[in-house]
Write a protein that binds this ligand. Structure first.
Ligand code: PGA
Length: 247
């Protein structure tokens, strides 16, 4: 069975104080027996402070990025081992902001995925098409090529052990959400691409998820949870979204 997940991507927001305050509000409310596992992704510099608030409790912690290198002279980079040392269990790879703004290629994303998984972290592989690609009818081709690049490096069964987040680029931070039907169509195509081995792979939807649109999205048969950006910065809103996920 697919694991139900709700992930909060805090992006480059907040101070130590605001991160700790948000984490403790979530921690007070979120119990282990909720249907979904909650993961929060603070900026690197706040991971340690957030960890001391959430401890070993119901909320898991992840990082927004990882170096494709394991150790050495890579100024400014953060390795898998460092993330594990900070208590991270998950890491986002291939977020569209990193692909578009930081120039991460499919190959680099695949290498990051491999380093993360080999070290024991669970990668959340983010994929998605631009508005232009959607308008040209290329959505499924683009998404499947992004996934294929990782399959080529690590093999299908390893991709199926990870989590995949479908995030249409045009829906991220724009207030525009894919309709539940649009999202389900792409999730279904991803599930088909993964084949038998992907029947229990957790597939998340991301892109302007809010409490007001989450229920319909999460009700789709191939959507197992959400990757939430802006709305994860408000404790009540994020908790309301998280509670809409059924196991
Ligand atoms: P958003 O971001 O919810 O603010 O659209 C989602 C994401 O970037 O993961």
């Amino acid at each position: 069975m697919c694991k139900a997940l709700v992930a909060g991507n805090w992006k480059m927001h907040g101070t130590t104080g605001s991160a700790v305050s948000l984490a403790s509000q979530l921690n007070q409310d979120w119990a282990q027996n909720n249907a979904a596992e909650m993961i929060i992704f603070p900026p690197f510099v706040h991971i340690s402070a957030v960890r001391s608030v959430i401890g070993e409790g119901a909320i898991s912690i992840g990082a927004q990025n990882i170096s494709q290198y394991s150790d050495g002279a890579y100024t400014g980079e953060v390795s898998a081992e460092m993330l594990l040392d900070q208590g991270c269990k998950y890491v986002l790879v291939g977020h569209s902001e990193r692909r578009a703004v930081m120039g991460e290629s499919d190959q680099m994303v695949a290498e990051k995925f491999k380093v993360a998984q080999d070290s024991g972290l669970t990668p959340i592989l983010c994929v998605g098409e631009s508005l232009k690609q959607r308008q040209q009818g290329e959505t499924v081709a683009v998404v499947s090529a992004q996934i294929d690049a990782v399959i080529e490096l690590v093999g299908l069964s390893n991709v199926c052990r990870a989590v995949i987040a479908y995030e249409p680029v045009w829906a991220i931070g724009t207030g525009e959400t894919a309709s539940p039907q649009q999202a389900q169509q792409v999730h279904h195509a991803i599930r088909a691409q993964l084949g038998e081995a992907g029947r229990s792979t957790t597939l998340l939807y991301g892109g302007s998820v809010k409490a007001s649109n989450a229920a319909e999205l999460f009700a789709q048969p191939d959507i197992n949870g959400g990757l939430v950006g802006g709305a994860s910065l408000e404790a009540d809103e994020f908790l309301n979204i998280a509670k809409l996920i059924e196991a």
